[in-house]
Write a protein that binds this ligand. Structure first.
Ligand code: FMN
Length: 215
């Protein structure tokens, strides 16, 4: 198996799981089942872009796994409340006003080089100071797509939102896609149905809590 060309200090393989949450592995990127990562229709997009939804799902994805997980969570949230229960927004498009309008958050992105993907980090860099002191106490959860680790990205995300005083309200999900070689890492991903169900359940939990006003 080819070695990853990353410095030892960033080598995530064999990293230990820490903290609250579940890590789910699947056999490998090419053998796993099934999600349609196709582009949404215009009517789907209208639902996804509902700006007054209580739950904002901010996502970034390079090879499709995080997008599939975000869409599964979106479906779960809408199952909990109504069709306006959640909004899906690319990290690249998310601004401070989008976060301020929402009542709670789900952040979904890959781990890259032991940290949040750059696009998700840029979203926090762009919005952090505009929101400081303005969204304290709001609920959040995370889903990280990873090749074989994920804990670095999750810890970094948790640390960032501690500054906003957000409250984690459900266990994290780290979806391990079993991608370790450069070829596997760069390949389009399909996410196992069991893992998609876990993402859906996180959306359901967030959607239900926000809908009932218990968070
Ligand atoms: C530049 C780069 C760096 C990566 N670094 C890590 C890493 O540090 N830890 C890890 O578990 N996976 C790492 N991966 C693998 C991705 O996290 C994994 O392929 C994930 O499924 C990508 O999510 P996406 O399909 O939503 O883009 C890396 C991938 C790329 C492209």
């Amino acid at each position: 198996m080819a070695e990853l060309l990353i410095p030892r200090s960033l080598d995530y393989r064999g990293a230990r799981e820490k903290g609250r949450g579940q890590t789910c592995s699947q056999g490998g990127p090419s053998t796993a089942a099934t999600v349609d990562n196709g582009r949404p229709s215009a009517s789907d997009r209208a639902m996804e872009e509902n700006p007054s939804a209580p739950l904002l799902i901010v996502w970034h994805s390079r090879t499709g796994a995080s997008e599939a997980l975000a869409r599964a969570a979106f479906d779960g949230a809408r199952e909990a409340g109504d069709e306006n229960a959640a909004r899906l927004l690319r990290a690249e498009d998310a601004g401070a006003a989008d976060l301020e309008t929402a009542g709670g958050y789900l952040f979904v992105c890959p781990e890259n080089l032991g940290a949040l993907s750059g696009e998700m980090k840029a979203m926090f860099d762009r919005t952090y100071y505009a929101l400081l002191g303005r969204i304290e106490g709001r609920p959040y959860a995370t889903i990280i797509a990873a090749g074989s680790a994920g804990q670095g990205a999750q810890a970094q995300l948790d640390r960032i939102v501690t500054g906003w005083r957000l409250r984690r309200v459900t266990d994290s999900l780290i979806a391990n896609l079993g991608a370790q070689t450069p070829q596997q890492i760069m390949a389009a991903k399909t996410v196992d149905a069991v893992v998609l169900k876990q993402a859906r359940d996180i959306g359901l939990t967030l959607g239900t809590g926000l809908n009932l006003g218990v968070f």
